[in-house]
Design a protein. Sequence first.
Length: 262
Amino acid sequence: TEKTYEHIKVSTPRTGVALIQLHRPKALNALFTPLIGDLNSALHALDADPSIGATVLTGSEKAFAAGADILEMRDKTFADAYGNDFIESWSELYNTIRKPIISAVNGHALGGGCELAMMCDILYCSQKANFGQPEIKLGVIPGAGGSQRLTRAIGKSRAMELILTGKTFSGQDAYDWGLAARVFETSEQCVEGALNTAETIAGYSKIAVKACKEVVNKSQDLGVKEGVEFERRVFHGLFGSEDQKIGMKAFAEKRKAEWTDR
Ligand code: HXC
């Protein structure tokens, strides 16, 4: 998967772990079509790479991403937006990528930046990260899932207040309200923490990891009864994997499992 991109940097800092860094420093990583293209292309390549188990998505210390590119959007008409289903391709990360992605959020994560962070499977941030959905200030609304994901994560009243006022909130708030799984003092610690977790995940069976991600995400779309039924069917299915036999045999023999990802 060695390939260079114009607006992102991709590396493999740990065994089994990819790091994608959004890299459009002049515009605080404002998200425009070519950057999303790079991101989708890298994510698909990593998903297909058997040596990769999990990915960390980060920005810079100053900005995870300061939103969708306002200059790119400014002159769009309804026909441009609706006709080309503007923003639809941003959901590829959530809709088609099957290996876990951890967002490590430092600096600004505003509008589409906040939404991109929330599309990831686990969100980590530093205390001083600056989250928000300020679209109201531009005469529009969140368009990449913010109204749905923020509301599910932190509750209706808080999300409504933030989306209607455009007020920002800190990384510490994100953690206190349950949007972030962990909060770190510095941005370096945040990226390191995300890489550590990604390394742990990359050490497990890729089949089981994909199944975990699939069933947890399903909880966001199904009622509890259907969700539990879905989970049970996937659980049953795993008895057809080699890794279920390997994992349980290794436990019984008190040794570490060596996964085959089959
Ligand atoms: C295009 C942007 C940008 C954006 C920053 N820049 N955010 N360009 N789109 N969203 C550019 C600035 O124009 C500037 O370019 C450079 O990045 C540095 O930004 P400054 O404003 O000079 O930095 P600073 O004073 O530190 O302020 C940082 C900031 C501010 C508070 C994050 O840039 C800001 O408010 N940005 C917009 C945030 C926002 O409204 N995001 C939501 C977008 S709407 P120059 O060339 O002047 O140096 C959205 C819709 C989502 O995301 C719906 C679908 C996805």
